[in-house]
Design a protein around this ligand. Structure first.
Ligand SMILES: NC(=O)c1ccc[n+]([C@@H]2O[C@H](COP(=O)([O-])OP(=O)(O)OC[C@H]3O[C@@H](n4cnc5c(N)ncnc54)[C@H](OP(=O)(O)O)[C@@H]3O)[C@@H](O)[C@H]2O)c1
Length: 315
């Protein structure tokens, strides 16, 4: 058996991709899920509720590392109930995992946390890790999430938080609704089109997680995004080109608001806001990207069609 890794919330878009990637590298994978405990494709799924210390905690003892993906999807309408769950699912899972690590005889050597570039708010200024935080609900979520992650000192466990950008994959994530719009010939510029999409290919993100797990020099906060952000206008143009669709009408902001609430059932801010981020620390530390060209990345991901993730967990 290879080194054991624990992926809380690893049943989702990012976690499933990372689990497959790491399994091929010989690691033993355990996913913590609110679904039933089971085994599938050589991966053990262990039930937890994402907040209470319970039997699942024994899996942490003696494990090599934890990568926490837990969190209610932000792709929803921000009702008070949804906002509360977006907060609590992130903060409660980090607290429960921290408690589990503290009671280990043999604690994991690394605790890696999936965070978000949303902490920089809506800005066209270039953001590296030292850029100021923005404001609004998403920023507050990220700040509370990060503060909770770093608040407790863990003597034996290195902590790394990856502020993840717009991860491009062909099984789900943020690209999925955009692909749907383009298929319907509705993939024009969204809002002003000047908002940035800080994108990265999921293969590069998986390499970043592997590095965070294994590289003892890595510690603290990193922007986990590609080096070539694009404006929404550039991104949509490129996506239409790759999907062999011609011009599509732009969607002015009021229509984005209307369409987000009525058709897409999501918060319009996800499409209308953006940030222009670069992975300064990763570049300085010698990380080399496989994918830096947007058109090639989209083409490579979409050439064999869309492969939506099959999920049987309760989220
Ligand atoms: N995808 C991106 O491009 C991106 C970008 C920036 C940040 N992130 C962050 O990275 C993390 C993983 O992203 P993802 O795209 O893989 O998300 P995802 O597909 O929604 O997966 C997240 C997992 O969290 C668990 N979960 C959902 N609601 C929960 C709740 N209320 N309480 C406890 N667990 C809950 C679910 O697992 P079970 O149902 O099995 O329990 C779900 O599979 C998220 O925190 C997300 O905000 C993602």
């Amino acid at each position: 058996m290879g080194k054991k890794l624990i992926l809380p919330g690893g049943s989702g878009f990012l976690g499933e991709s990372l689990a497959t990637f790491l399994q091929e590298k010989g690691y033993e994978l355990v996913i913590l899920t609110r679904g039933a405990s089971t085994e599938r494709n050589g991966i053990r799924y262990i039930h937890w509720d994402g907040k209470t210390l319970d039997e699942w905690a024994s899996e942490i003892d003696g494990s090599h590392a934890i990568v926490n993906f837990t969190g209610k999807s932000v792709n929803c309408i921000y009702t008070a109930k949804n906002q509360a769950e977006i907060f609590s699912s992130r903060v409660d899972s980090v607290r429960a995992l921290t408690k589990a690590i503290l009671q280990c005889q043999e604690p994991p050597q690394a605790f890696v946390q999936a965070g978000s570039l949303a902490i920089y708010g809506d800005t066209r200024d270039l953001c590296d890790e030292n850029a100021p935080h923005g404001d609004g609900f998403s920023v507050q979520v990220c700040e509370r999430w990060e503060d909770t992650f770093f608040e407790t000192e863990l003597e034996m466990t290195r902590k790394v938080l990856l502020r993840i950008g717009f991860a491009l994959g062909n099984t789900g994530g943020a690209l999925e609704p955009l692909v749907k719009l383009v298929k319907l010939n509705l993939g024009g510029t969204v809002g002003s089109g000047n908002q940035y999409i800080s994108w990265l290919h999921i293969d590069d993100l998986n390499e970043m997680f592997l590095r965070a797990i294994e590289n003892e020099q890595m510690s603290g906060i990193y922007n986990a995004t590609g080096p070539t952000p694009a404006t929404n206008k550039e991104f949509m143009q490129t996506l239409r080109k790759v999907m062999k669709k011609g011009w599509a009408p732009p969607t002015p902001s009021p229509f984005v608001w209307l369409g987000a609430y009525t058709v897409m059932q999501t918060d319009p801010g996800l499409a209308l806001t953006g940030r222009n981020c670069i992975p300064r620390k990763l570049l300085d530390e010698g990380f080399s990207f496989i994918h830096t060209d947007l058109e090639k990345s989209l083409w490579e991901l979409l050439k064999d069609g869309w492969h939506p993730q099959k999920k049987d967990s309760p989220s």
